[in-house]
Design a binder for this molecule. Structure first.
Ligand code: NAD
Length: 359
């Protein structure tokens, strides 16, 4: 079987992880080319990862290298244009989070998928560790009972100097603060487990950092299945943690990590009367794979070979992005928001900050 021809656009910090994860997939994939507008970064990346073709613009890479899959690893403000360029050329796109600056751009890319017959998927690597897969399987099998309550906390720390990078902390280049840029990982996993959300009430604050966006948001989210979640997205938390907790009828399941988890980062506490059944199912479930880029890329490759849309599809991405938009809409409009209020006529559809980021 021929390796899948992969290219990378944007050769900065996260691209290094992409290249390393691709290398770990061995003969399944070949990194055939890279693009960066910064020649120094481009050549350092290509030298380090043995990338044969280097290009200063996407169009020339698409034309000359004909990749089947392009990883978009540039700052968020450029994702929409670059992903659209790839789809138009018939290349599948795997875009780093956040996939676009807003819902409108995401919908345009979903339309382009249909028109040009190529796929868009988003890097949300925490769906792919075996702990999350096992939790989802137990929930689907009815072992855990009904989900009632969840906690989804991204309490991270970024000093003021973090915002020295010119694209950070700005609505037009990053699309938001920790809700859009950091907590989105945990919110995506929350949605992957609990499904469609029905209403969100939120606040957003500029507590300490000088930036255009929030440095803290807090929300409570109701899900269609009746569960309610508390969501916190912070860049101010000196003891850092990513924490998810799910209280089901028959067990509490917790995940504590920072930027990636293994099986040991999960804890399950069954209700005494269901202890044997729940623990037996948990022990025999999927195991052994850490969350991370490699785990997601392996699934992307599997899907491309099978001719099915790679995870996380644009439709799945949309649910998470709509929750992000819902947090901002509720915080800035100061009222609860439902997903169906975030359509084309909403000010929060084209701009996460809507028309009133009032602090
Ligand atoms: N999944 C994760 O866990 C994770 C972690 C960190 C960052 N990210 C995401 O990865 C993306 C990149 O972040 P980063 O920290 O690597 O950024 P970075 O600034 O380190 O690197 C971005 C690179 O893109 C290049 N670039 C900018 N515009 C370009 C264009 N139009 N065409 C070609 N190259 C261009 C820059 O020159 C730079 O080399 C962001 O969307 C970020 O949110 C994801």
């Amino acid at each position: 079987m021929e390796p899948i021809r992969v290219a990378v656009v944007g050769t900065g910090n996260i691209a290094r992880l992409h290249a390393e994860a691709l290398r770990q997939l061995g003969e399944e994939v070949r990194l055939v080319g890279a693009v960066d507008t910064d020649p120094g970064r481009l050549s350092a990346f290509c030298d380090r990862h043995d990338v044969p073709a280097r290009h200063s613009d996407l169009a020339s890479l698409l034309e000359k290298e004909r990749p089947e899959l392009v990883h978009v690893c540039t700052p968020p403000g450029s994702h929409h244009e670059l992903a659209l360029g790839c789809l138009r050329a018939g290349a599948n796109v795997l875009v780093e989070k956040p996939p676009t600056l807003n819902l409108g751009q995401l919908d345009e890319l979903a339309e382009a998928e249909q028109r040009y017959g190529a796929t868009l998927s988003t890097v949300f690597q925490h769906r792919f560790g075996t702990g999350a897969l096992r939790l989802r399987a137990l929930l689907d099998a009815g072992v855990l009972g009904r989900p009632m309550m969840a906690v989804c906390h991204t309490t991270w720390f970024r000093p003021q100097s973090y915002f020295d990078v010119e694209w950070r902390g700005r609505w037009d280049t990053e699309g938001g603060g920790p809700t859009m840029g950091h907590g989105i990982h945990q919110m995506d996993l929350l949605c992957a487990i609990l499904g469609d959300w029905a209403e969100v009430s939120a606040l957003a604050r500029q507590q300490a950092r000088r930036s255009e966006t929030e440095d803290l948001s807090m929300a409570h989210v109701s899900f269609a299945n009746g569960a309610v979640a508390s969501v916190v997205n912070s860049l101010l938390s000196i003891r850092e943690e990513s924490y998810l907790r799910f209280d089901f009828e028959r067990a509490t399941v917790e995940l504590t990590h920072l930027y990636g988890y293994g099986d040991d980062d999960w804890r399950i506490t069954p209700a005494p009367e269901y202890s044997e059944e729940v623990l037996a199912a948990w022990r025999t479930g999927a195991a052994g794979v850490r969350s991370g880029h490699r785990a997601q890329f392996a699934e992307v490759v599997r899907s491309l070979r099978a001719g099915t849309p790679p995870p996380v599809t644009s439709a799945e991405t949309r649910r998470t992005m709509r929750l992000v938009a819902g947090v901002y809409a509720s915080a800035f409009a100061r009222r609860p928001v439902r997903p169906d209020e975030l359509g084309e006529d909403s000010p929060f559809y084209r701009r996460m900050q809507g028309d009133r980021p009032r602090w």
